[in-house]
Ligand binder design. Structure first.
Ligand code: ATP
Ligand code: MG
Length: 418
C-alpha cells in the first residue's frame, strides 16, 4: 500500500484526556480513533493489526474443532431470566435499551445464554456431541473505569468459544486442548514469554479457572508468578490451599502487574440446567450438557502488545501482528539537481513492485514529506523492517535496512531485491 493513499495522519499529541500509553500511541500513530471514554474506532492500520490477531486466534481454534458463528448483539430478556443474569443487581455492566413498543432489550456483554438457547434446537442425543462453537463479536459492557485505553473498553471485540460435552471427563479433555491452543496463540502473537497461565477463581463448577495474564505495569490485575514452573496465581485466590494444590511455596512467588488477555472457564451445568439444554445419553436418559467458555479480547491483546512492545519513539510490532511487514521510504531531495529525485523514486518504485509481486505486505512512503517526518512517522507506526532509498544510498547501488526492534542498520544491494 502506498502511504499517500492512507487517509490517516499521525499526530504529535494524543487527546489530553487519554491517560493510557497504549491508546496514546495507537491514536498518535493513526491506528485507532477515540470516540469517547472507553469507546474506540479502528482505522486502516489498526484494523490490519486487529485482523492479524483475529486470524491467528481463528486458525488455532479451528485446529481444536471450533465452528464459527456470529450471534446477535441485541438480547432477548427471556434467555437471561432463567439464569438470573437479567437483573442489574446481579450483572452491573448491562447496557439496555427498549423497542418502540416498550419491550426491554439488552446489548450482549457475553453469550452463554443465547448460545445455550440456540444449541437446544440442535443437540438431542449423545451423537450430537461434542461441540465447540465460537465467534468474534462485539460485546458491550458498562465498565466502571475506562482508563486503560483499548485494554478495557465499553464496546470491544471478543473471541468467545463455548464447549458442549457429555460428561466432565471429556469436558476436561477439551479444556486442556483449549488451554494448549491458547498457549500457541499467545506464542504466535509474540506475547508467549510474558504470558502466564494463572490460577483464578473457578466459580461453582471447578476449583479453578485459568487466566492468561501478560506481564505489564499497565495491567489491572495483580498476580504472583512462579518463574520455574511458568505459572501464576491471581491475587484474588492466593492462599495456603492453592499453594498446596500447586506444590509451590509462597517464597518462590513474585508479585507482578498483569493484563488478562484471555481466560478459560468450566461452566458445568449452570447454563444447561437453567435453560434446559439436555441430551439423551446411550442409556436413554436425559442429561444436562457440560459446558465451558473460553474468551480472548483481540483489542485487549493489541493494547497489551502496544504497552509491552514500544519505546519513546513509538510502537514496535512483532512480525506476526504488524500492520505491514516492510516499510519502504523514498527520500526525495528537493535541492538535488534535476533528475536525481526521479532516480530515487524510480528505484523505490521498482523495489515496491518486487515486494508486491512476492506477496510481502509493504507500506511505501511515497509522500511528499521531509526525511524527518518520514522517519518519525515510521518509528511511531512501528513496522518491523524499514528500507530507506535516498540519493546517497543509490549512489552506492544500495538501500538502507533498519530493524525497528534492535535498531540495527545494514546496507542492502539494490540488485539483491528479487
Ligand atoms: P476483566 O476481569 O478484565 O474484567 P473478565 O474476566 O470479565 O475481564 P471475560 O468476560 O472472561 O473477562 O472476557 C473474556 C476476555 O475478553 C478477557 O480475557 C479479555 O481479554 C477480554 N475483555 C474483557 N473485558 C474487556 C474490556 N472491557 N475491554 C476489552 N477486552 C475485554
Ligand atoms: Mg477476569
Amino acid at each position: 500500500m502506498k502511504q499517500s493513499h492512507l487517509f490517516t495522519k499521525t499526530r504529535r499529541e494524543a487527546p489530553k484526556d487519554e491517560v493510557s500509553k497504549n491508546a496514546q500511541l495507537l491514536i498518535r500513530a493513526g491506528f485507532i480513533h477515540k470516540e469517547m471514554a472507553g469507546v474506540y474506532s479502528f482505522l486502516p492500520l489498526g484494523l490490519r493489526t486487529l485482523n492479524k490477531i483475529v486470524g491467528i486466534i481463528r486458525e488455532e481454534i479451528n485446529v481444536i474443532g471450533g465452528e464459527e458463528v456470529y450471534l446477535a448483539s441485541l438480547q432477548d430478556k427471556k434467555n437471561w431470566v432463567p439464569t438470573n443474569r437479567w437483573d442489574d443487581a446481579v450483572v452491573d455492566n448491562w447496557f439496555k435499551t427498549h423497542l418502540k413498543n416498550g419491550t426491554e432489550l439488552g446489548l450482549g456483554f457475553t453469550h452463554e445464554e443465547p448460545l445455550t438457547a440456540i444449541m437446544k434446537d440442535h443437540i438431542r442425543s449423545f451423537r450430537d456431541l461434542p461441540r465447540a462453537v465460537y465467534q468474534f463479536q462485539t460485546k458491550f459492557r458498562n465498565e466502571e473505569r475506562a482508563k486503560s485505553g483499548i485494554m478495557r473498553a465499553r464496546e470491544f471485540l471478543m473471541k468467545d468459544l463455548y464447549s458442549f460435552n457429555v460428561d466432565q471427563k471429556v469436558h476436561i479433555n477439551f479444556y486442556e486442548q483449549a488451554k494448549q491452543a491458547y498457549v500457541k496463540i499467545f506464542e504466535r502473537i509474540g506475547l508467549g514469554a510474558k504470558t502466564y497461565i494463572t490460577f483464578a477463581s473457578g466459580g461453582s463448577f471447578a476449583k479453578y479457572s485459568h487466566e492468561f495474564q501478560t506481564l505489564t505495569e499497565a495491567g489491572e490485575d495483580t498476580i504472583y508468578i512462579h518463574e520455574g514452573k511458568k505459572i501464576a496465581v491471581n491475587k484474588e485466590v492466593l492462599n495456603d490451599e492453592v499453594l498446596k494444590d500447586l506444590g509451590i511455596s509462597r517464597s518462590d512467588l513474585v508479585e507482578k502487574k498483569a493484563s488478562e488477555v484471555g481466560n478459560i472457564f468450566s461452566l458445568g451445568t449452570k447454563f444447561s440446567d437453567a435453560l434446559g439444554l439436555v441430551f439423551k445419553d446411550v442409556d436413554g436418559i436425559n442429561k444436562p450438557v457440560i459446558m465451558g467458555c473460553y474468551g480472548i479480547g483481540p483489542g485487549r491483546v493489541m493494547g497489551t502488545i502496544a504497552e509491552v512492545y514500544s519505546d519513546e519513539k513509538g510502537l514496535i510490532w512483532p512480525e506476526s501482528v504488524a500492520p505491514f511487514i516492510v516499510h519502504l521510504i523514498a527520500l526525495s531531495n528537493k535541492k538535488a539537481v534535476e533528475g536525481v529525485e526521479d532516480q530515487v523514486k524510480k528505484v523505490a518504485d521498482e523495489i515496491y513492485a518486487k515486494f508486491i509481486k512476492r506477496g510481502v505486505e509493504i507500506l511505501y512512503d511515497d509522500r511528499d514529506a521531509t526525511a524527518g517526518e518520514k522517519f518519525s512517522d515510521s518509528d511511531l507506526i512501528g513496522i518491523p523492517t524499514r528500507y530507506v532509498v535516498s540519493e546517497k544510498t543509490i549512489a552506492n547501488g544500495e538501500v538502507e535496512m533498519k530493524d525497528r526492534k534492535t535498531g540495527k542498520v545494514e546496507m542492502v544491494k539494490i540488485s539483491d531485491f528479487k
